[in-house]
Structures are given as C-alpha cells and as structure tokens.
Design a protein around this ligand. Structure first.
Ligand SMILES: *Cc1c(COP(=O)(O)O)cnc(C)c1O
Ligand SMILES: [Zn+2]
Length: 412
C-alpha cells in the first residue's frame, strides 16, 4: 500500500482543522499542529496496510504522499531486544530494549529526518536547516544529501568529534554556534518563518515530528500487538515521547492493540525542566543549562513541545524522572557489559532512569518494560584507554591466556 492516509492538520490547543500543507502553527491561537489520519482505514485493513521493511513500511500512516519523496537510507526496523540479564540486574520481570542505535546515522533522529526531508521535497524546498547538538545535524545532513538538497547545519560547539566529522562529511554548510541549543533556537525559529529553508527543527514542524511515531508501530508489531506495559522514552524537546505516545494511541483507536503502554519521560538532571515541573505540579520553568554527558538531551527550554509532554504525562498517568551524569555513565557501562549493547550517554539515559524508578519502587517490577535506546556509542567522545601495547612470544602469550581464563567467575 503506497497511499498516505494523512487527512488534515489539527491544532492541539483549540482543535481548529487545516487542510494538509506546510503550516507551522494554528492561525487562531498559535498552538502546535498535529497530523490526523483516516484511522478507520487502518482499523479495516489491519496490519495488511503495512508493507515492505523499515520506516516506510508504515507509509500509510505517514504524511508523505508521493512514493518518490520517501527518502531512505534504510532507517527504522530496528531490533527489539529481550534483555533477561539486564532485567535481572535491574529487578524487573521482562525488559525489552528498542535499539535505535541501529539506524543509518546511529540515532533515533533518522526517523524524523526521513519524514522531514521527505516533506521538504513534497513542499518543493531546495534547502533544509536544523539547530543541533550533533545527532539531528548529522542525520538531517545525510538525508538532505541523499535527497539532493542543500543543508545548512548549525552545530553545538561541544558536539563530539565523531559527530563533527560526520557533519563535516555530509552537510553542504556546517556552522558551529557558541553556547547551547537554547541560545540559538529562538533566533533560528524566526528565520524559519521567512521560509528561506525547510524547517527540520524540533519546535514546530508536524511533518518532521511524525517519523518518530514509527517507534510505536514497530514495537507493537514486534510484540505481536501485545505492546509492553511501560515504555521509557528519552526527552529533550519531547518529539520522541509525543510521537511514540501518539503512535500507540492510533494503534489503540484502530483496535490493533488493546491498550496503550504507560509512558515514562527520561531526562538528564542537568536538563530536567519537564521532569521537575511534573514532580512539582507546576508549569515548565525554562532552565539555564550547562553541559551534560547526554548531549542530545541538553535543552533547557523545551518550548511548546515541553508543555505538550507535560499535558500527556498528566492526562495519561505518565511518569517523569531524571538522572545525574554519573548514573548515566554507569548505565552505559552496565548495558555494554551485561548485554553487549554499546550506546551513547544520551541513548542510555532511559536505562538509568528505569534503574532509579525500580529502586525507588515507582514502577511495578512484575510488568514488561520497554526502554528506547536512542543512539549508538560509536559517535561518543570519551577518554581513551591506554594504548600501551605488550610484545609476546608464544610462551608469554600462553601464560597470559591461561592466567586470564583460570580467573574466578569466567563463564568458559
Ligand atoms: C534528540 C535525541 C533524543 C530526544 O529528543 P526529543 O527532541 O525529545 O525527541 C533522544 N536521544 C537522542 C540520541 C537524540 O539525539
Ligand atoms: Zn488553535
């Protein structure tokens, strides 16, 4: 099936309806817009509506009408890994990790880049742009190149070396900005309105946002349409959280799953504006933030999407929590050792949050919990281990290997 079932744009605040088009906010109240679909068609057809592999398997439920605009580098279709050893360590009955580090540029951002750049083609734009701590920049640059579009990428000065190398290679123009995301985004968002380039940012573009919805569709299909009890999603601005929650809601409305998972928002303590507001029962107060190892979560002012996350958390009995940098790094080591998954600090914040929530008995350990691992560790910069090498002859090599393998607790 190659038809898109996207029908209209709806304002999340006042409910105003608009015909499909490149529109960033509600004309009446400036509220954010979300895409609405012909869910009845999904209900009638069921999973038969999905075909092919990867993200575009769900093209019917995505807003890119012309198959020729569905740009791809092979994103989506990432593994859902059952992790019994880590589950035992954390004290939960069943733990599933949705490993989005397996995407083409190593992060969940490729899902939104596919629909953002697809929409840029759909609406006839020649150039894209984004403000990024590194992941969105390298992903939008790669997808723009793939689509033959120019890309103006604004990257955080503390982006890791691998991310910078990747952006240098793929972007038409790479501009390093001083300060954090919050320092540039409000200026850049004004330029978006002049339509100089297609908005590939996280603040407002409903078409971009949409790609991450496929996380829910994949998790649902991979669990045989049972869906986990709880899904832990990383939250910077809130795209991943909101889109995943809506994907599950659509699947519920279409009768493909019987209930939507409870959503947990995971943040870094140094950028915890949403978790803090949730705990205190207050509106969001933007934070002035410094550095966190979870670079991709470093947004102190999540803007209107942050308000949207908070609204969903309160309406649907969600949960939000944040973790300190050392807990994130500890979770990163544990995930690597215990399950062989090497994820970046931003990508494992969900595991660190899950660990803390289970320790504090804020989650029921008898449930099936899914955590989204949103990036690979291969784009991380960290201190290198010593590179001092040893020269061996056969005997010294044998002695070393025998010594190591006779060590206590070795599984062999
Ligand atoms: C951008 C990003 C996120 C989450 O950002 P949202 O704007 O909240 O969707 C999570 N993980 C990684 C690796 C990211 O790059
Ligand atoms: Zn409105």
């Amino acid at each position: 099936m190659s038809e898109s079932l996207a029908r209209e744009l709806a304002c999340i605040d006042c409910g105003a309806i608009y015909v499909l088009g490149y529109r960033l906010e509600c004309e009446k109240c400036r509220g954010l817009l979300e895409l609405r679909y012909d869910v009845d068609r999904l209900r009638a057809a069921g999973p038969a509506l999905f075909s092919g592999t990867g993200l575009w398997r769900y093209a019917a439920m995505l807003p890119i009408a012309d198959p020729g605009h569905r740009v791809t580098l092979g994103e989506g279709g990432t593994p859902l890994l059952d992790c019994p050893r880590l589950a035992a360590r954390l004290g939960v009955r069943r733990l599933l990790l949705k490993y989005d580090g397996a995407n083409p540029t190593g992060t969940v951002k490729d899902r939104t880049s596919a629909t953002a750049v697809g929409a840029a083609l759909q609406f006839g734009y020649r150039a894209t742009s984004v403000v990024s701590s590194g992941n969105a920049g390298s992903s939008i640059a790669a997808y723009s190149a793939r689509a033959g579009l120019r890309s103006l990428i604004f990257a955080y000065e503390r982006a890791s070396a691998p991310k910078l190398l990747h952006m240098t290679a793929t972007a038409s123009d790479l501009i390093i900005y001083k300060g954090v995301y919050d320092d540039l985004i409000s200026h850049w968002d004004r330029l978006v309105e002049e339509r100089l380039f297609f908005d590939c940012g996280a603040s407002r573009n409903a078409y971009k946002h949409e790609g991450k919805k496929t996380l829910a569709y994949e998790i649902a299909e991979q669990t045989g349409f049972v869906a986990p009890d709880v899904v832990v999603a990383p939250v910077a601005v809130g795209e991943t959280f909101i889109a995943t929650a809506r994907g599950f809601r659509e699947l519920c409305e279409a009768g493909l799953i019987s209930r939507a998972p409870r959503m947990v928002a995971a943040q870094a303590t140094r950028a915890n504006a949403i978790a803090r507001a949730f705990r205190d029962g207050t509106p969001i107060t933007p934070l002035k933030i410094g550095y966190t190892v979870a670079e991709g979560l470093a947004a102190g002012n999540p803007g209107r999407k942050g308000d949207w996350v908070l609204r969903l958390l309160r309406k649907d009995n969600g949960l939000a929590a944040d973790v300190e940098d050392p807990e994130i790094l500890e979770a990163q080591r544990m995930l690597a050792r215990v399950e062989g998954i090497w994820a970046g600090p931003t990508g494992v914040a969900t595991v660190a949050v899950l660990r803390r929530l289970l320790e504090h008995k804020d989650l029921d350990p008898a449930q099936t919990i899914c955590a989204i691992i949103s990036e690979t560790g291969l784009k991380t910069e960290a201190e290198l281990p010593s590179r001092e090498g040893t020269a061996f002859d056969e005997e010294s090599l044998r002695r070393l290997v025998r010594g190591l393998l006779s060590g206590r607790g070795h599984p062999g």
